[in-house]
Design a protein around this ligand. Structure first.
Ligand code: MG
Length: 260
């Protein structure tokens, strides 16, 4: 039976047939932070995500009042409003593991010798023009770092997403997060695909196959429950963003070891 299955897989591969359940990439949401010595959006979380073999680490960025990109999720973190404070004030804040809040420049330098890709989320800023300024600085900084081919961009802001598509190199994937646009509109915008909350794919179960027909890739966030991970894998998504990368890796190694 096993030999027949292996033969079938070989024939399918030779014919260029894509098996439905592919291995999705593991994206560590805000780094691998649910572990000793780590914190969300920290350099430690980046290094730890890379050390366990995550295909990508996700991080969030804000543009400070003096035009520096800093890495943090919250609009207001430990009393500091990221968009209204200077970089000196933002980076004086200590993360929960004792690290100072990093600039994007520091994050990119720490990522350079690693293997993991970076999924950089530009947060929705207080105005469209400020988002455009943030996109200009973000794309310039990433290109200057030499990491352009290891970076993907995401945003909840439609304006920021459109600006990222306009200003980033055409080879750099840009995904939209907000869950409200169907695949054909994402394709028309030049988006690489949806990066939606997993519930969007329960509401629209046809979207995953439609994305693949259109040549788009599909990412789902933030998936910490093993049953939900199983469902998304069975649906053939390309990336899963999770706070529990070890759980997802364990599940993938069991599932795909059994299929060969
Ligand atoms: Mg994020």
């Amino acid at each position: 039976m096993k030999r027949i299955l292996m033969l079938l897989v070989s024939v399918c591969c030779a014919m260029g047939v894509t098996l439905q359940a592919q291995v999705p990439a593991v994206v560590a949401h805000r780094g691998f932070w649910r572990t000793e010595g780590s914190a969300q959006n920290s350099l430690a979380g980046l290094l730890k995500g890379d050390s366990i073999g995550c295909e990508a680490v996700e991080l969030d960025v804000w543009l400070t009042s003096d035009d520096v990109l800093v890495v943090n999720h919250d609009a207001t973190f430990k009393g500091v409003i990221m968009q209204e404070a200077t970089a000196d004030v933002c980076t004086a804040v200590r993360l929960d593991n004792g690290e100072r809040l990093p600039t994007l420049q520091q994050f990119l330098e720490a990522a350079r010798p690693l293997h993991t890709r970076l999924v950089i989320e530009l947060k929705a800023h207080r105005s469209a023009w400020r988002e455009t300024q943030a996109v200009e600085r973000l794309v310039a900084l990433v290109q200057a770092s030499g990491l352009g081919d290891r970076v993907e961009y995401i945003s909840f802001s439609l304006h920021a997403t459109q600006e990222l598509i306009r200003l980033a190199p055409s080879s750099t994937p840009v995904y939209y997060l907000n869950g409200d646009l169907p695949p054909h509109l994402l394709k028309a915008m030049g988006c690489a695909g949806p990066d939606y909350h997993f519930s969007a794919f329960h509401q629209h179960p046809d979207w995953i196959a439609e994305c693949h027909r259109l040549g788009l890739k599909v990412n789902a966030w933030t998936v910490d429950d093993a049953k939900e991970m199983e469902w998304l894998i069975s649906q053939g998504v390309d990336f899963i963003t999770t706070n529990e990368p070890l759980t997802l890796q364990h599940l993938l190694s069991k599932r795909f070891a059994n299929s060969h």
